[in-house]
Ligand binder design. Structure first.
Ligand SMILES: Nc1ncnc2c1ncn2[C@@H]1O[C@H](COP(=O)(O)OP(=O)(O)OP(=O)(O)O)[C@@H](O)[C@H]1O
Ligand SMILES: [Mg+2]
Length: 158
């Protein structure tokens, strides 16, 4: 299933993400793609709020992985951009995150393709001249269930 939202402000992007943050479960994986500045980190900040994380969420460009433990479940926020093509060969213990107790959110996940669990929510951020478009796609039963729930709690009326 696919779900598309259009947003014109940071607050709107974060409202969609917050709704998803309220329903994600341990072991869920969200793969965020889209150009530089498209809104992936902004989206993750909203998701963190939905989980109940109050500390500021910033881009993990240099640390690659940052963990936030104060929410309903842990948030593992990764930005793979700096690792580039060889990302999957890095021994950063990705599986401990993907199959752990929290939700994993990965910016530039395309570089990690080979090591990603098959069932995940793909989130594509697109910049258009007038607005931002956020498209969610499910790739298995787990992610499908999450998107069905998101559709209920955050209607696509925009
Ligand atoms: N509707 C919107 N949704 C999200 N961000 C928006 C929106 N309108 C404007 N912005 C601005 O766009 C920028 C998005 O930057 P952000 O760091 O979230 O992008 P990113 O996709 O994580 O980039 P990178 O690939 O460099 O990590 C922010 O400066 C934000 O204020
Ligand atoms: Mg970012």
């Amino acid at each position: 299933m696919m779900l598309t939202y259009h947003t014109t402000t940071v607050e709107e992007t974060q409202a969609v993400a917050r709704a998803l943050g309220a329903i994600v479960q341990p072991g869920d994986l969200l793969c965020l793609s889209g150009d530089l500045g498209a809104g992936k980190t902004t989206f993750t900040q909203g998701l963190a709020r939905g989980l109940g994380v109050e500390e500021p969420v910033s881009s993990p460009t240099f640390t690659i992985i940052k963990e936030y433990d104060e929410g309903r479940i842990p948030l593992y926020h990764m930005d793979i951009y700096r690792l580039g093509e060889s990302a999957a060969e890095e021994e950063l213990g990705f599986d401990d995150y993907f199959y752990g107790e929290g939700v994993s959110v990965v910016e530039w996940a395309e570089w990690l393709q080979e090591v990603l669990p098959a069932d995940r929510v793909q989130v594509v951020h697109n910049l258009t001249p007038t607005h931002r478009e956020i498209t969610f796609a499910a790739t298995g039963p787990r992610s499908e269930a999450r998107l069905k729930e998101l559709e209920k709690t955050c209607p696509t009326w925009r």
